[in-house]
Design a protein around this ligand. Sequence first.
Ligand code: FAD
Length: 507
Amino acid sequence: MTSLPSSQPTVAQTFLSANPISAPHTLDTLADTLARALPPGVVLRQPAELVSYGYDASFLSARPDLVTLPTTTEQVATIVRLATAAGVPIVPRGSGTGLCGGAVPARGGVVISLTRMNSIHRIDARNRRATVAPGVINLDLTRAAAPYGLYYAPDPASQKISTIGGNVATNAGGPHCLASGVTTNHVLALEAVLPTGETVWLGSEDGALDAPGYDLVGALTGSEGTLALITKIVVRLLPAPEAVETLLAIYPDIASGVNTVTAIIGAGIIPSALEMMDGIVCQAVERHFHVGYPQDAGSVLLIELDGPREAVAEQRQRIQRICGAYGAREVRVARTTAERAALWAGRKGAAGTYGQLAPNYYLQDAVVPRSRLPQIMQRVAEIARDYRLTIPNVFHAGDGNLHPAMLFDRTRPGDIERVITAGTELLTACVAMGGTVSGEHGIGMEKRDALPLVFSAHDLAAMARLRTAFDPHTLFNPEKLFPTAASCVEVRDPTLLADDATHPWMC
Ligand SMILES: Cc1cc2nc3c(=O)[nH]c(=O)nc-3n(C[C@H](O)[C@H](O)[C@H](O)COP(=O)(O)OP(=O)(O)OC[C@H]3O[C@@H](n4cnc5c(N)ncnc54)[C@H](O)[C@@H]3O)c2cc1C
């Protein structure tokens, strides 16, 4: 384990402006070749058309040289073949809701936006699985599966807009992943276009649960567009539960709420969701949604149970008792589907309400062992005080997955540096408590220099070898996932150096 470089803010800021590497004539030639090879409207090259593809939901941005909007796997393969032959970087993109700069074209190149590939190809209700294109919106799949009594479990709070392809590439989590597992637990097979332009099926296309050989589906899930471009996904669907109950436990402070989380799991109950929101978030959410979140609470827990009716009722009573024992001043139970939906609208829309509080937010994503939640929340409060920041908290408490949102104003000199430094301090504290640097948003550009906190040089070298086995010229989503030279880790093993000499972070 090494400490983070002091230069990190500078590194992050490098990407606040465009940083293309390809010569203009190469890009003009590539644009002409692509336009000839693809139907009209697939290739965008005018500056005004490119601008919005340079951002995601982080504060990082860069300018792409070209954007493509393919509608078929064959078109994706053509774009990949022509761009790699020209030595031009390729950046896959879903809805651009990523929070770590993953879809930001750090070195310019060709953005391949998958949003026009948005068909639900098949719902196989008998075998409880679906085959979808990568641009399908997460919530649309659950809506399409509902008439069959099925649903797609991973539900990032961005599920109304993020794509299944982006969810797979980031191994997205969500409020209901506590009991059912994150995206990787629900992906059965993938069609993918490799950097060579070949199209392959990984895993078992016809649904065998465990395909023989290397788990390449697992390798691609969470690979953030650095190994291959995902063009079809076979996912597991779950049967809708017989009963669902949603509770809102209201606390005078944060500590009582987080202590309850440990107590519920310690009692052997795994709710389907166990989410925490602090007082700042409750107020912002209520001002916007008017759904009954308390205005004077220190924190609330949103707890959902599902399963057979009797078991759910029995667990609800036990949870009500535990919440009371740990200081809840009130435990509300949603009486109707509408009340339940209102509570969830507040939770899943929370980040959208931060705009009331400040022009910008830096949403952190880090993990601690659940039992360390009280200490880390204390640390978050100290960081807020030390850096003069307002930090609302809404997070997947059951998973120990924090999302402190550091509010700032990017037009104010020094603000970005302040939140980045505060974020680094938070990650360092999480790692020191036995946690890690990302729970679900991924690494992208924003977190890459934090990886040496949790991985040794040898760990990173092993991962780099996997990457170059897929993509020897690192043209797929360059500048992502691996630390920059600024945070490079010293490698003394000469064999390792020889093998990885092409990686700038190995010095
Ligand atoms: C308000 C809000 C709430 C959020 N809540 C959650 C949450 O609860 N849980 C969670 O995990 N995340 C959450 N996120 C983060 C984000 O929504 C997820 O990371 C999501 O999975 C990104 O999907 P996307 O379609 O927007 O992908 P993008 O942002 O477009 O891309 C994300 C990454 O995936 C790669 N990629 C995209 N499509 C493909 C493809 N077809 N093949 C290969 N690589 C690809 C991109 O290159 C990039 O590296 C939230 C974001 C916001 C703004």
